[in-house]
Design a protein around this ligand. Structure first.
Ligand code: LHQ
Length: 254
């Protein structure tokens, strides 16, 4: 079986990390599969993406057996494999929803944090991981987790190394929803996104990403620039026409 599976259902692409016996630890093979899957997600017919794990784990980060004996140049490994994955998720102009079906640790936690939404199973757990083996948060973890939790709580969580339950993760703002079946709920959320004006959703993602480091004037300018693009879409025309005709809009994603 491939290390990463993809399945299409209408406008939704589900990407499943598929090393269940190793809780979907990330190897070079998983990275290659993930890059390919995220490339498929860029297809114009895909309007929302779900990222999940097979079995009882979401993803436990780097497969530590690849670093047995000698770690080698970890920085180079991050740049060559993890950074493109994180950029692919953030650069995708459609929502990526993490269905955190089970344990999520280390770079797996960073991966979930890089997604646009996180739906956790009530049985999921969130393991900082890094500090417990003498490492620091990587794969964007030091950026996304600060965005989600704020600097002080992010430091407390990531430096203490203590796992959080799904309920605790929800309380601290790490996950958006806790449900019994994360994949089913993430599928529902993705299907709802796939019926929305996809370009507007993608531009909103880009706009909010930019807001993190922008001044107000820079943000006002980007809003004006991107709104011009949104106003050129079929979905804008359909949205206004449907409103005026007092009927539900049917958005094509174009
Ligand atoms: C694993 C792993 C794993 C391999 C479970 N590797 N096999 C570092 C370097 C370079 C670049 C990128 O970034 C990073 C950052 C990282 O991501 S470092 C890795 C951070 N992750 C961890 O430290 C998690 C290590 N795993 C654990 O602490 C436990 O497995 C947890 C608490 C996640 C789950 O515990 P259990 O539910 O008791 O499951 P288990 O420990 O029995 O694991 C099941 C299997 O998965 C087991 O294999 P086995 O053949 O013995 O059944 C584990 O060895 C394997 N596994 N994590 N990261």
């Amino acid at each position: 079986m491939p290390d990463v599976l993809t399945a299409r259902d209408a406008g939704v692409l589900t990407v499943t990390l598929n090393r269940p016996e190793k809780l979907n630890a990330l190897t070079a093979g998983v990275h290659a599969g993930l890059h390919e899957a995220l490339g498929e997600a860029a297809d114009g017919e895909i309007r929302a993406v779900v990222l999940t794990g097979a079995g009882r784990g979401f993803c436990v980060g780097q497969d530590l057996t690849e670093f047995q004996g000698a770690a080698g140049d970890v920085g180079a490994h991050l740049r060559a494999t993890y950074h493109p994955t994180i950029h692919a998720i953030r650069g995708l102009d459609k929502p990526v929803i993490a269905a955190v079906n089970g344990v999520c640790a280390g770079a797996g936690l960073s991966l979930a944090a890089a997604c646009d939404l996180r739906i956790a199973a009530d049985s999921a757990s969130f393991v900082p991981g890094f500090v417990s083996i003498g490492l620091i948060p990587d794969s964007g973890g030091s950026w996304f987790i600060v965005q989600l939790l704020g600097q002080a709580r992010a430091f407390e969580f990531m430096s203490a190394g203590k796992p959080a339950t799904a309920a605790e993760a929800h309380a601290m703002g790490l996950v958006d929803e806790v449900v019994e079946d994360a994949a089913a709920r993430a599928g529902e959320r993705a299907a709802a996104y796939a019926a929305l004006p996809t370009r507007a959703v993608g531009l909103t993602k880009h706009l909010f990403e930019h807001a993190v480091t922008a001044t107000l004037d820079e943000q006002l300018e980007l809003e004006a620039h991107l709104q011009s693009q949104a106003a050129q879409t079929d979905d804008f025309r359909e949205g206004v026409t449907a409103f005026l005709e007092k009927r539900p809009a049917k958005f094509s994603g174009r």
